[in-house]
Design a protein around this ligand. Structure first.
Ligand code: ADP
Length: 662
């Protein structure tokens, strides 16, 4: 076994690899960009090396810098994690040349599977079933359009070098083909530096089922069963589970063997995943092979009781696979949710910002949180906006789902928008609960999964009010202690100055809604006026920092966290941000709505309008590229383009006004 390995990655996967390495007595070396100087993976590692400035191209993708860090620290092997250089054959080759073990398959296997089109041609020869499509070298627009017509609409355009759902476009009819092709090529070029695409039949209501495979250098290959990753948004997974609901033993064996055949065709070693797209009737087709550890590997670990990173290290060190096919079995059910900094209400737009507050439920044998960040860390536009993964196990699917849903209710994140409530709702929606899965599940249940914000409850408001009172009390106590006159009446917060009716009036704003609250301090305790009603109010602070609040005959536990003027209240899986304001002060509410400001820092890649153009509501105005995805800015209403502040190719800061519409 290796004595020291370098992990050429960041975030949760770097942390996860280190955990296993440490357990196996292997020392770990982290690498970091300037943006990650204080990141969790750096602090978890035995030692770390700086590899460059924040942009991935100049750090986590800089092969020379990473090899230098390995040389410098005496690492014997490099684990690439996923993303970045994990599927880069040049990197695998460079490792070998530098005398380092690349913890992954041979460069030839990466190359063979790295290109979706070439992989399909190879699988065709290995007789693995394929989706009807065109995966040839010809890239001429007219030719591709002709192929699309031959395949029959709807079709899907995919980047040959693709991954992460980038460079993918559904085309429903021939007239849309050209624009969709251009969009896909542009996104592919910017994300992968390779504009080539393939076209295939777009299946309606398919499932994404993938098979985990493992090979060693002694010619052994096994499959570790399947994962269902059908629940996706923007063609990217958000919920994954193992085993796949409704899978028969016969079909499982068939898919497992097809996956092993695919892996065998490229002499595969290490951990890999063969992705299939499956019809509702169970027929399945090869989509692609990922030649690395997947984000969702923990669900497989949970149902097999194995540590896949341990297997990776053993195989890379030349050992045989720890188990043969007949000694592998499924126990129970596992499900994973990916927590992203993103706004589900705005097309899942990635969010950036600081994690002012971050709290996960405690790990247990049936619950695991793989996080790559700590409270206070920032989600930057440089890297993937995933915050953490939560994985739950249950004796059956129902139990696993319930466990994960309640764990999600316990997650507390403040500082930026996340999909946590969206995930919990998805887990509980009927289609998912019943195992009626397909890749359109989220779209189909959109209304239920993305409900309008419900009215603010009295419980939420009372929690925020109590938290504010406690905070003022603490501040007063500190002032008193510092003033040298701890008993000075000036340091009291109970409104004594008004004597007769000692009270404290404040208010909370949520968007444009205002919620005035008055708390009266009397002999018999607090009373709260809210929305024309008067309640008895009582609160105590619990050992875990939460509040136990009583309002008349109701009692509940909740947490309130302060971030500047905002109180974040976490109560029963719901999270609300309430901005404190003095009742006498004017409110400073963001106008929002019709703003044509950049939603995030990025680069303008196309401007579709000219000055003086008359546009209708919903017309595309400009395309911004951020976090390697394209975001189209649409006209918020009918109007005339008065000014355009940026041209294609220019960088914009978050909040910058892109154009002016009148
Ligand atoms: P990427 O490598 O970018 O993740 P994949 O080829 O793995 O792209 O596909 C991602 C997702 O897109 C799949 O899981 C599936 O939901 C959807 N998809 C891919 N191919 C098809 C298809 N032919 N028909 C319908 N949906 C598809």
């Amino acid at each position: 076994m290796f004595r020291r390995i370098l992990i050429a990655n960041r975030g949760e996967i770097a942390c996860r690899v280190m955990r296993t390495a440490r357990r196996m007595g292997v020392r770990t070396v982290a690498v970091y960009s300037d943006a990650d100087r204080d990141a969790r993976h750096v602090r978890l590692a035995d030692e770390a090396r700086r590899i460059g400035p924040p942009p991935a191209r100049e750090s986590y993708l800089d092969i020379e810098a990473i090899l230098a860090a390995a040389r410098d620290t005496g690492a014997e092997a490099i684990h690439p994690g996923y993303g970045f250089l994990a599927e880069n054959e040049d990197f695998a080759r460079a490792c070998a040349k530098a005398g380092l073990v690349f913890i992954g398959p041979a460069p030839e296997a990466i190359a063979a599977m790295g290109d979706k089109s070439a992989a399909k041609r190879l699988m065709e020869r290995a007789r693995v079933p394929l989706v009807p499509g065109y995966h040839g070298e010809q890239q001429d627009a007219a030719q591709l359009a002709k192929e699309a017509g031959r395949i029959g609409y709807p079709v899907l355009i995919k980047a040959s070098a693709g991954g992460g759902g980038k460079g993918m476009r559904i085309v429903r009819a021939a007239p849309e083909f050209k624009a969709a092709l251009e969009g896909a090529q542009r996104e592919a070029q910017s994300a992968f530096g390779d504009a080539r695409v393939l076209v295939e039949k777009y299946l309606e209501r398919p499932r994404h089922i993938e098979v985990q495979v493992f090979g060693d250098t002694h010619g052994n290959l096994v499959y570790l069963f399947e994962r269902d990753c059908s629940v996706q948004r923007r063609h990217q997974k958000v919920l994954e589970e193992a085993p796949a609901p409704g899978m028969s033993e016969k079909r499982r064996k068939e898919m497992g063997e097809a996956a092993v055949a695919a892996a065998r065709a490229v002499g595969y070693t290490g951990a890999g995943t063969v992705e299939f797209i499956a019809e509702q009737d169970g027929r399945f087709y090869f989509m692609e092979m990922n030649t690395r550890l997947q984000v969702e590997h923990p669900v497989t670990e949970m149902i097999t009781g194995l540590d896949l990173v341990e297997w990776q290290l053993r195989v890379a060190a030349g050992e045989k696979l720890p188990r043969a096919q007949e000694h592998l079995a499924i126990r129970g059910h596992a499900v994973e949710a990916r927590l992203y900094a993103e706004d589900p209400a705005r097309e899942f737009l990635p969010q950036t910002g600081r994690l002012a507050h971050l709290r996960f439920p405690e790990d247990a044998p049936d619950l695991r949180t793989d996080a790559g960040v700590d409270a206070g860390a920032a989600i930057t536009p440089h890297y993937d906006p995933m915050i953490a993964k939560l994985i739950a196990w249950g004796a059956d699917r129902r139990a696993a789902l319930a466990r994960l849903a309640s764990a999600l209710d316990e997650v507390e994140i403040a500082g930026l928008r996340t999909n946590v409530e969206f995930l919990a709702r998805t887990l509980r929606c009927r289609d998912f609960a019943e195992g009626e899965l397909d890749t359109g599940l989220i779209e189909r249940n959109r209304a239920a999964l993305l409900p309008a914000r419900p009215p603010l409850s009295e419980e939420m408001l009372a929690t925020a009010a109590c938290a504010e009172l406690f905070a003022e009390e603490d501040a007063a106590r500190q002032r008193a202690a510092a003033s040298g006159d701890p008993h000075s009446p000036w340091n009291r917060v109970d409104g004594w100055r008004l004597n007769q009716d000692s009270h404290h009036a404040f208010g909370f704003a949520e968007g444009e809604d205002r919620h005035p609250v008055t708390v009266h301090f009397g002999e018999a305790g607090w009373r709260m006026d809210v929305a024309g009603r008067n309640h008895a109010l009582e609160a105590e602070r619990l050992a875990d920092g939460r509040l136990l609040v009583r309002l008349d005959g109701r009692a509940w536990k909740a947490r309130a966290v302060r971030d500047g003027r905002d109180w974040h209240v976490f109560l029963g899986g719901a999270h609300r941000r309430l901005t404190l304001h003095d009742e006498l002060e004017g409110l400073d509410i963001d106008a929002g709505g019709g703003s044509l400001a950049a939603p995030m820092p990025g680069k303008v890649i196309a401007v579709m309008v000219k000055r003086g153009d008359k546009v209708q509501k919903g017309a595309p105005l400009l395309i911004l590229e951020a976090m390697k995805m394209e975001h189209t800015i649409f006209a918020p209403g009918d109007g005339e383009v008065k000014e355009i502040h940026y041209a294609a190719g220019e960088q914009v800061a978050e909040g910058a006004e892109l154009l002016r519409l009148e």
